[in-house]
Design a protein around this ligand. Structure first.
Ligand code: NDP
Ligand code: MG
Length: 390
């Protein structure tokens, strides 16, 4: 029986994870579930999955959840805040942690799970983008297993020889080919991009996801973050990671080998496939996802990304090249920009402009510890917020 903590249980990835878990009650048991503010949703999940612990964002939310669970006769222990998140992520009561909090808020608990040697199913790419070296060092020191949930990285993992040494040369790999759908604005007239609304930006053609990652997909910052994520996960330099636009999202990514072989992973675009893969690895379990019907596929297209249309992709490659805290600065500026766009404070094209301004104004540094990293994150957010008002 695998005992699981789900960080971000009320989100899109959290709900998909619980869907897969519920199909296999003989294999999985829920140790802890966390949410930020969706208390009613978390209470309903506690009724259904009976976790030992539940964590929310504030004392008020914890009070409400405690009262709800008491009325419902559910004995789940309730706590709140970052320390409580770290506690359920590193608890002796769990073996596996699904890291599915969105943004930098997921870093501390995911790192706590890494230090505690847990099996980590990583959806929270921002944690790895921010803290790449520190995070991979923690994984190596504790001997914890890191399995990618991001569909592209999960696909790449499946196309790599195992055990993988985090060295493309060792395995005769020429390139990692990271596929990207191009999002909702792939063919839209660039001149009209600034008038798009948040609802148009989050309407992804192939995937149903949380609002932040949906905007990231529309700007292609999501792919930029994924290039940095692939760098850390697979030990590949930037020139070995190539982004390929593939609007159908049937191929979830590929690995190109020196002998001319290209291995690809295919499937319907449903996150339950990579989640089930990582949960059961190295075994395979049913995920509820329908098998791909190859005879019903239309043409599969592949294009080179247009960096004029998607400047965020270039900004991410720049941050990876700059190294040190540059990816953390990029991530922080992006989080502020996306929130401002979703709140209607800036237009769509101002997202990349704001990030670019912050990248120019901040000086990336080599960071030796997590406190230094959070300091850089805080400074970049301050800069971004100041630019928002000027
Ligand atoms: P959602 O917005 O749907 O869910 C986010 C979850 O995190 C919710 O449970 C939310 O709680 C919680 N949360 C939000 N802010 C905080 C905070 N400050 N502190 C603690 N918890 C918080 O996001 P997704 O599920 O779409 O994405 C989660 C992660 O997975 C992201 O990093 C994303 O990039 C990655 N990912 C997602 C994919 C997808 O298909 N959705 C695909 C690949 C990667 P509450 O509900 O209470 O607000
Ligand atoms: Mg992805």
């Amino acid at each position: 029986m695998q005992r699981i903590t789900i960080l971000g249980a009320t989100g899109s990835i959290g709900i998909s994870t619980l869907d897969v878990v519920a199909r296999h009650p003989d294999r999985y048991r829920i140790h802890a579930l966390t949410a930020h503010s969706k208390v009613d949703e978390l209470a309903a999940l506690c009724v259904r999955f009976r976790p030992d612990a539940a964590v929310v964002g504030s004392p008020e939310a914890a009070q409400t959840l405690t009262a709800l669970l008491k009325n419902l006769g559910v004995p789940t222990e309730v706590s709140h805040g970052e320390e409580a998140l770290c506690a359920v992520a590193s608890s002796a009561g769990c073996d596996t942690v699904m890291a599915a909090i969105v943004g930098a808020a997921g870093l501390a608990p995911t790192l706590a799970a890494a230090r505690a040697g847990k099996k980590i199913l990583l959806a929270n790419k921002e944690a790895l983008v921010m803290a790449g070296q520190l995070f991979m060092d923690a994984i190596a020191a504790s001997g914890s297993t890191l399995l990618p949930i991001d569909s592209e990285h999960n696909a790449i993992f499946q196309c790599l020889p195992q055990p993988y040494q985090r060295d493309p040369d060792h395995h005769g790999i020429a390139k990692i080919l990271l596929t990207a759908s191009g999002g909702p604005f792939l063919h839209r007239d660039v001149a009209t991009l600034d008038s798009v609304t948040p609802d148009q930006a989050v309407a992804h053609p192939n995937w149903v996801m949380g609002r932040k990652i949906s905007v990231d997909s529309a700007t292609m910052m999501n792919k930029g973050l994924e290039v940095i994520e692939a760098h850390w996960l697979f030990g590949a330099s930037a020139d070995r990671i190539e982004v390929v636009i593939h609007p159908q999202s049937v191929i979830h990514s590929m690995v190109s080998y020196l002998d001319g072989t290209v291995l690809a992973q295919l499937g319907n675009p449903d996150m339950r496939t990579p989640i089930a893969h990582a949960l059961a690895y190295p075994e395979r379990i049913a995920s509820g996802v329908a098998p791909l019907d190859l005879t019903k596929l239309a043409n599969l297209e592949f294009h080179v990304p247009d960096l004029e249309r998607f400047p965020c992709l270039r900004l991410a490659y720049d941050a990876l090249a700059a190294g040190g805290s540059a990816p953390a600065i990029l991530n922080a500026a992006n989080e502020v920009a996306v929130e401002a766009f979703l709140d209607g404070r800036i237009g769509f094209r101002q997202i990349d402009q704001l990030i670019s301004r912050v990248m120019h104004a901040a000086t990336p540094e080599a960071v030796a510890d997590i406190a230094g990293l959070f300091e850089q994150d805080r400074h970049a957010r301050q800069l971004a917020n100041a630019f928002l008002t000027t």
